[in-house]
Design a protein around this ligand. Sequence first.
Ligand code: SF4
Length: 425
Amino acid sequence: MSIDRSTGLRMIEDATCPGCGLLCDDLTLVVEGGRIVETRGGCDRGQVWFEGRDDHSGGPTILGRSASLDDALGRAAELLASAKAPAVWGLAGSSIEAQRVAVSIADRIGAVVGIEGADPAGLRAFQRVGEVSATFGEVKDRADLIVYDAVDSSPIPERFRERFADEAVGRFVPEGRTGRTIVWLGCSDDPHARSSDFALKVPKDRQVAFYAVVRALVNGIAFEQEPVLRSTGLPLASLVEFAERLKRAKYGALVLGRSADSSAESEAKLTLVRDLNAHTRFVAIHVGGLANGSGAKAVLTWQAGAAGDIDFGGGYPAHCPRDGVRERLQRGEIDLALIVSNGDWPGDATPTIPCILIHDDHDPSPIAGLVEVTFPTARLGIDEGGTVTRTDGVMLPLRPPFLGRKTTQVEVLLGIEARLKDRSR
Ligand code: SF4
């Protein structure tokens, strides 16, 4: 922290933005009194995250009525202890410190746990074929070929392109943009496609075929023109050119900006990258997503053994892909939900069960009216600190300017956990 001599305002340097999974850690927050009045270095979304917030805070409620923190914690613990089939949902907008307590509570009460915004298809593919990956810093320093798997308009954050790709000057790419070839794979007339060196319009429903054919070409398999056109919608010559570009790179990176529609699609991409390593160094990296979804997966992996849906109901953690919170809700098998973060409910399901909601008090939850106990908490990166994990696995500290002014998610979760422990003595 420093003080601007001309204005006397407080400056928080190298602040980490939890606006999305890119977690830019190079922002400067200008603070006046209890407000952030300027955000330097972030995108519009980051600016809204930090500046579009009031600093008022409501307190906890039970059935919509104001309650003391102690009463609300007691009621939440009572509900959780008596639930027969509870769920813990959300987590992707919370710090690692909050996530680990939430998973510990799930373990204690035998709940099924699900991560908001998780990519189950991607996880299944990862478990089957693995992934050759790298940090964003390595891509910035070494990649002379960047392939954006974008499909539709702009799932790739502009700040990723600015900080780690396109124009970014890397240790072994000192020329920046002129030292890199940019390839855009998308199905729309995106301006990014026009500014790239090579673009292919790959239809969303032909993704698996496209990546499978390119992989086969990389592995030296020859094709007839007609079946390739029929299965991918693209002429064989453009796929051959694309495959040759991939092989010619000194260091290539496939940038994945969205969750795959199926594990087959995800697997087709990861196996292409894997096979390219027989010719050159090639990596796959993921960008975007929710602020700390990667952290939630890491916490579940180290506390329960797998990153996807986990069921603690049997007294031990069981990985339950395709039978998680979403599916059980649809079958009416959940009787209580502890929702941690902003409270987006899985899918289109409408909760008709009691919920306990722990969320920052700025985004009214779409299910707020159905909540039995609610805990408005501090906002990540503004008045709640902790650690978050970027999508490339790099852990970053938050630098909140107003630490200590509001009840945090960690405090609420620890309070609930302590009361659960008391009840079981
Ligand atoms: S790209 Fe994401 S993390 Fe970076 S400033 Fe924008 S919202 Fe924040």
